[in-house]
Design a protein around this ligand. Structure first.
Ligand SMILES: [Fe+2]
Length: 295
């Protein structure tokens, strides 16, 4: 006669066996989301056609949301920088959240700058700041209302930090203009007249703005492509749905990837680091954008 709780040769009922299997799967998923996926960055490649003259395609590396101290260990960032440097980009753009609102000691900051030099030794580096790097938003989480600390880490690493500023690079004979905004949640986004004049150029113009929602505030400026982060790609993505429970932007069309917006380009990085150290179905990334002329 059969009973509901059939027992296997090892003495475990079918229900017990199923429960153990489910618990094992849940434990494996937890392990993966906390200790494997957040430390397994993808290097993605994307081609961007711009209506600007190029003597040859320009390779721009885009990384964002490093979140050192509090979320991501420096060994992980160091390994990632070395991976990216091997790709020999022409220019490296960083779009904010270098720290996780926890201010590092002077010693930790100096070590972080030394590691960031792996990037600036590989190519010229330009950066904007994020909401975790100091300012109105970060001051509520212990990072202080000044972004001096984060900007100091960057400048010690020979990375140009742009806060409502514009600069120009010659990358192997190709001129490119890079501008960076203040973080949308931290300070006013406003270029003064001098910096705004520099934006009117025949060269390709790359805008760095941590939060992709910044696009609306600078819609009147003539940038060709805006590079952003902030969303972490959603960080937790439900399987088969591409949906996330997190909403850190108003315009949820642009959570990750390369998009057209108002006849120009918007690239949103899923970020290299994470907030609180967990990722599900949304691996960290570093992107190589190949900028080419569409003419
Ligand atoms: Fe972030």
């Amino acid at each position: 006669m059969k009973t509901h709780a059939q027992t296997s040769a090892c003495g475990m009922s079918r229900r017990g066996f199923l429960l153990a299997g489910i618990q094992g799967l849940a434990a494996a998923a937890l392990l993966h989301s906390r200790w494997i996926e957040p430390f397994w960055p993808e290097i993605s490649h994307r081609k961007v056609l711009l209506p600007k003259p190029f003597s040859r395609p320009l390779t721009i590396a885009h990384i964002s949301d490093l979140h050192a101290f509090g979320s991501m260990p420096l060994w992980y960032l160091e390994n990632s920088f070395q991976l990216l440097a091997q790709e020999t980009p022409d220019l490296i753009c960083l779009t904010g959240d270098y720290i996780s609102s926890t201010l590092p000691s002077a010693q930790e900051a100096a070590r972080y700058s030394r590691l960031l030099r792996i990037l600036s030794d590989a190519a010229p580096c330009a950066a904007c700041l994020g909401n975790h790097d100091g300012g109105q938003w970060a001051s509520r989480f212990g990072a202080g209302d000044s972004w001096e600390e984060a900007a100091g880490i960057l400048s010690d690493a020979n990375i140009r930090c742009l806060v409502n500023e514009t600069t120009m690079y010659q990358c192997r004979g190709q001129q490119v203009v890079v501008a960076g905004t203040a973080d949308l949640w931290s300070a006013p986004v406003a270029f003064d007249e001098t910096n705004q004049n520099l934006l009117h150029t025949a060269a390709p113009l790359i805008m760095l703005a941590h939060n992709p929602d910044t696009k609306d505030a600078i819609a009147n400026l003539p940038w060709d492509i805006m590079l952003s982060g902030h969303t972490h790609g959603g960080q937790l993505i439900y399987p088969f749905s591409n949906k996330t429970p997190f909403s850190v932007v108003r315009d949820r069309r642009f959570m990750a990837g390369l998009h057209r917006w108002n006849d120009r380009w918007l690239h949103v990085s899923r970020g290299l680091g994470t907030w609180r150290g967990v990722r599900i179905n949304c691996p960290p990334e570093m992107t190589l954008l190949s900028l080419e002329s569409c003419n």
